[in-house]
Design a protein around this ligand. Structure first.
Ligand SMILES: [Zn+2]
Length: 124
């Protein structure tokens, strides 16, 4: 019976590992989507700021009626900037920072057993 029990436990382990991988790749897909979104938002910001430059210059030359438009565009650019920031924070949560070598302080690859830079055995 011990033998069968062991197989059962192994299968359970594999199941958990697979779920972990599925969850991980799901998160990676999420991160990819968020990076794509950041890219789009950054383009919008560049466009907005360019438009703001033109509006501001026209106002400088006397088109005072552009003031509310400049204000509106500043507000929406600020909102876009905040969205980018939120997405960056979410990505940071999903992508934990790599562990550092206790000896040389360099970044360690995932699941490394020895530091590839100085050869220190990794205990954690
Ligand atoms: Zn090291």
């Amino acid at each position: 019976m011990e033998f069968i029990k062991n197989i059962g436990e192994k299968a359970k382990d594999i199941g958990e590992k697979a779920r972990e991988i599925t969850k991980r790749s799901g998160e990676l897909l999420e991160v990819t989507k968020m990076r794509y979104e950041i890219n789009k938002l950054e383009k919008i910001m560049v466009n907005n700021i360019e438009a703001l430059g033109e509006l501001y210059y026209r106002k400088f030359k006397g088109e005072e009626e552009l003031v509310p438009e400049i204000e509106r565009l500043c507000q929406s650019t600020l909102a876009v900037e905040q969205d980018i920031q939120k997405l960056r924070q979410q990505i940071e949560k999903l992508m934990p920072k790599p562990a550092l070598c206790s000896q040389c302080g360099k970044e360690l690859p995932e699941e490394a057993r020895y530091c590839p830079y100085c050869g220190t055995k990794i205990t954690e």
